[in-house]
Design a protein around this ligand. Structure first.
Ligand SMILES: NC(=O)c1ccc[n+]([C@@H]2O[C@H](COP(=O)([O-])OP(=O)(O)OC[C@H]3O[C@@H](n4cnc5c(N)ncnc54)[C@H](O)[C@@H]3O)[C@@H](O)[C@H]2O)c1
Length: 259
């Protein structure tokens, strides 16, 4: 039997990369998927290719969440996946000394405010049935400092912590509404394109980016989606407030291992 049979699942930022792979795998496991994104052209094309519903949703926008609550008042699973690094429109200072307040806030608006609004919507859409699964896509960067992507790292650390607040709040209310975070390392998606470029040194840059990763390669969106399927399914009904690293072993030890 498919692992997500008859579950209604919303995925944010699902026009591309990890969110798209999650939407595909959820659909393949029998879920009724609502694929959402702020990029309506790419999102509706992706949903049509999968054969699922599309809803335009900018995760920063309370009005968009209210509209989704009208369209989908009861759901089983929400994946808060939409996220930005702050480098989407070119090189920007994101270190703690030179980052502008506007750039800092722009990253937090998507990664943190978007996740807060998503969790709030999901609790409202799950509490009547008293169960559900909220999956927040944080990052390996939410567990360590990243000097040149400080807003990204801080926002993902806050997502990790908010996940635990949501998990405890729901448990204390007596609901079987679970909330967990996934912490990917380097996963090859369009998010990396501004850093990889298209020049002759692209392959060398790719190798350098995963040189400290024990498995010596990028992960794939499908590998992250497999973990999301497990957390969404009834195989994980005792898992809440937990964090899952999927990083090729990067956080298992120190890159500065002697010898
Ligand atoms: N790729 C990695 O190496 C990696 C590592 C750790 C964590 N992550 C996290 O995984 C998630 C997905 O990343 P990805 O690599 O698939 O990126 P991606 O750039 O391929 O996809 C991101 C998607 O989010 C959408 N989006 C951006 N802003 C939005 C908004 N305001 N509202 C709704 N949708 C919005 C984009 O349109 C896009 O479709 C992000 O939260 C990212 O931080 C990625």
């Amino acid at each position: 039997m498919p692992r997500l049979q008859d579950k209604t699942c919303v995925v944010t930022g699902a026009a591309s990369g990890i969110g798209l792979a999650i939407a595909r795998q959820f659909h393949a496991e029998g879920a009724q998927v609502i694929l959402t994104d702020c990029d309506t052209a790419a999102g509706s094309a992706a949903a049509a290719a999968i054969g699922c519903r599309f809803a335009a949703l900018d995760v920063r926008d309370e009005g968009d969440w209210a509209a989704l609550a009208t369209q989908a008042p009861v759901i089983d699973v929400l994946v808060n996946n939409a996220g930005v690094t702050g480098f989407e429109h070119g090189a920007v200072a994101h270190d703690p000394e030179h980052a502008s307040l506007a750039d800092w806030r722009a990253v937090h608006a998507v990664n943190l405010d978007g996740t807060f609004l998503g969790c709030r919507y999901a609790i409202g859409a799950m509490k009547a049935q008293g169960r559900g699964s909220i999956i927040n896509i944080s990052s390996r960067s939410g567990l360590v400092g990243i000097p040149f992507a400080a807003a990204y790292a801080a926002s993902k650390a806050a997502v990790r912590n908010h996940t635990k607040s949501v998990a405890l709040y729901c448990a204390q209310a007596g609901w079987q509404i679970r909330c967990n975070s996934i912490h990917p390392g380097a996963i090859l998606t369009p998010l990396w394109e501004p850093m990889l470029g298209t020049g002759p040194d692209r392959d060398a840059r790719m190798r350098a980016l995963v040189a400290d990763t024990p498995l010596k390669r990028f992960g794939t969106p499908e590998e992250v989606a497999a973990l999301a399927v497990m957390l969404a399914s009834d195989e994980a009904t005792y898992v809440t407030g937990a964090e899952f690293n999927i990083d090729g072993g990067l956080l298992a030890g120190s890159a500065a291992t002697p010898g």
